[in-house]
Design a binder for this molecule. Structure first.
Ligand code: MRU
Length: 352
């Protein structure tokens, strides 16, 4: 099943905060509920956030009482601003909303009349969101096929956070590559970082790999260096939330440390992202906005205090891995190798 989908006039999503103990589908009847689900990480992962926001805008169009296209567009701009503000780092969010707003300006041929034009925009926006969802799955499968060529039989791969079906509409990015390798009948073993403080690795990646029957070992984040030093890791595969024009990549906090460790041990470090995650408008990682989340997410776990009352804590949700530490970036259009700046631009600007 898909992580996010449209059903009976509502946006449905798997509530990832309840996993792995409970599998609950949430129904959002208002675009503000979609925004809240993204902000509170009921749905997370860059590609999934983008498509959820697109469905959220389709919902906003349906909810609107606007009688004219101009009034509807104003309502859509408001909803897009609310959705865009939920999580600043994942560029897929802004990318998806811009694509939806463009579509609202140019809906398919309508049947004339002002009311008809409003209905045409509403119909076009839902169709666009559905298309983006389908494209996401197809894109992930293509990345899987490209990425799998980098993985020999019997590889031991370390990964961070969750980049699987749950982080996308379906199939996944970096985890999708491992899934393809498994489907090809090659053997692999995955080292799964638990990913403090939200535990996307322990809760979500472990849950997905278990269902797929892919062998894995769950480790805490601070164990990665130990297993690399012992020669038990062959390569690192991660996803990304925003790739700058020069290849610097923002991903879940802790990714940068893994890249440094990989380099220290001579291991390849691969990033798997759809081209919608590549932001050519910013020159390098220093320009990527890093989301600061509540310190309570560090001092507490599911409401349980794990640090003394009143301590200062920080929670940058992402860090930036400099391009010099990245061996290659896998996209749906192929594998991009250094020099990443010119090669990324070429692959993004190439017609699909
Ligand atoms: O805070 P999250 O869980 O949304 O962070 C997710 C990640 O960092 C993923 O690695 C990234 O979005 C790529 S997922 C396909």
């Amino acid at each position: 099943m898909r992580t996010v989908f449209w059903q009976d006039g509502t946006v449905r999503l798997i509530d990832q905060t309840r996993l792995p103990s409970e599998f609950v589908i949430l129904a959002c009847h208002d675009w503000r509920e979609v925004a809240e689900a993204i902000r509170t990480m009921k749905l997370r992962g860059a590609p999934a956030i983008g498509v959820a926001a697109a469905y959220g805008l389709a919902l906003a169009a349906r909810q609107s009482q606007a009688a004219t296209p101009a009034a509807l567009l104003a309502d859509l701009e408001d909803a897009a601003a609310g959705l865009r503000a939920t999580r600043p780092t994942a560029v897929n969010l802004a990318w998806a909303l811009e694509r939806m707003l463009r579509r609202a300006l140019h809906p398919s041929p309508n049947r004339g009349g002002e009311g008809g034009e409003v209905a045409a925009i509403q119909t076009a926006l839902l169709a666009e969101a559905e298309q983006m969802a389908d494209e996401d799955v197809a894109t992930n499968r293509r990345m899987g096929a490209h990425g799998a060529t980098l993985i020999p039989d019997g590889a031991r791969i370390l990964t961070h956070c969750n980049t699987g079906a749950l982080a996308t509409v379906d199939y996944g990015t970096a985890l999708g590559v491992m899934r393809t390798v498994h489907e090809q009948g090659k053997r692999l073993h995955v080292w799964v970082d638990e990913t403090r403080p939200y535990l996307q690795g322990a809760r979500l990646t472990a849950w997905e790999l278990q269902q797929l029957g892919i062998p894995f070992t769950l480790i805490t984040d601070n164990m990665a260096g130990h297993f690399m030093q012992r020669g038990q890791v062959d390569m690192v595969f991660v996803g990304g939330d925003r790739v700058a024009a020069n290849g610097d990549t923002a991903n879940k906090i802790g990714t940068y440390g893994l890249a440094v460790l990989a380099q220290a041990h001579g291991l390849p470090f691969y990033v798997v992202v759809p081209t919608s995650t590549i932001d050519l408008t910013i020159p390098d990682g220093a320009h990527i906005p890093i989301e600061e989340r509540s310190p309570e997410e560090v001092t507490h776990f599911r409401g349980l205090r794990i640090a003394p009352d009143g301590v200062a804590a920080a929670h940058p949700a992402f860090d930036v891995t400099p391009q010099r530490l990245i061996t290659a970036i896998v996209t749906e259009r192929g594998i991009v190798r250094p020099p990443l700046d010119s090669n990324l631009r070429a692959i993004v600007e190439k017609r699909p």
